[in-house]
Ligand binder design. Structure first.
Ligand code: HEM
Length: 190
């Protein structure tokens, strides 16, 4: 299935989601809090990524099997999965850079939506489901707190939670529409 016809745009839920604007979802204060704290976080993305994924695999062990490049079978117990720390570190950094790309395009909803929808489509190919994305928030929150310490106030946490739910919403559109055309260079085709 290709792109929705232009007559459907801005009326069907799928087109509404694609044209959704982050500025209507987050307050200007929340955007400011995210950008300020991101400037602190990006100095140590490896620690953030590793903290997030170690916590995530600890709390959601059954989801480890979705990461075949990062896990290996335990020789003594086939059902026990061990994480390859080097691979995890590399992957965790990639994911945090993905998050960074979202933060750095906060002002450009067209581009941000296109990037997130495309990311949802790549995750769909890997059999990742929308509910799995939501499960990552508690681990992301733990990672943010570990790196930001006193800067991780309730207000900052609320802003990040809101951004994360926007990210999940857009990725879910991509997961539910694996054939939707998105053009990352020009925002989106319509
Ligand atoms: C909103 C949160 C997330 C972001 C921003 C994100 C971002 C990324 C990025 C940038 C990549 C590498 C590029 C690509 O392959 O598309 C990636 C790969 C991947 N992600 Fe995510 N991801 C998120 C959540 C999740 C969750 C919750 C899961 C699983 C439960 C997951 C599973 C995977 C897997 C399996 C890969 C491939 C890893 C490999 O190369 O072996 N992601 N993710």
């Amino acid at each position: 299935m290709g792109v929705a016809s232009s007559s459907m745009c801005r009326s069907c839920w799928r087109c509404k989601r694609r044209h959704q604007q982050l500025s209507k979802y987050l307050s200007p204060r929340q955007v400011q809090l995210i950008q300020c704290t991101w400037s602190l976080l990006k100095a140590d993305l490896s620690t953030l990524g590793l903290t997030v994924f170690l916590h995530f695999f600890d709390k959601e062990p059954e989801l480890k099997m979705l990461f075949p490049k990062m896990i290996r079978m335990n020789e003594s117990n086939q059902l026990e999965w061990e994480v390859d720390k080097d691979m995890l570190q590399k992957h965790a950094l990639t994911v945090m850079e993905g998050l960074g790309a979202a933060v750095e395009t906060l002002q450009d909803s067209q581009l941000l939506n296109a990037v997130l929808i495309a990311l949802g489509q790549t995750h769909d190919k890997r059999n990742i489901k929308p509910w799995m994305l939501t499960r990552m928030w508690p681990s992301l929150s733990v990672g943010l707190e570990a790196v930001l310490a006193d800067h991780y106030t309730r207000e900052v946490s609320e802003a990040w939670k809101k951004l994360y739910s926007y990210i999940c919403l857009q990725m879910r559109t991509g997961m539910q529409n694996p054939d939707l055309c998105v053009d990352i260079d020009d925002g989106m085709s319509s």
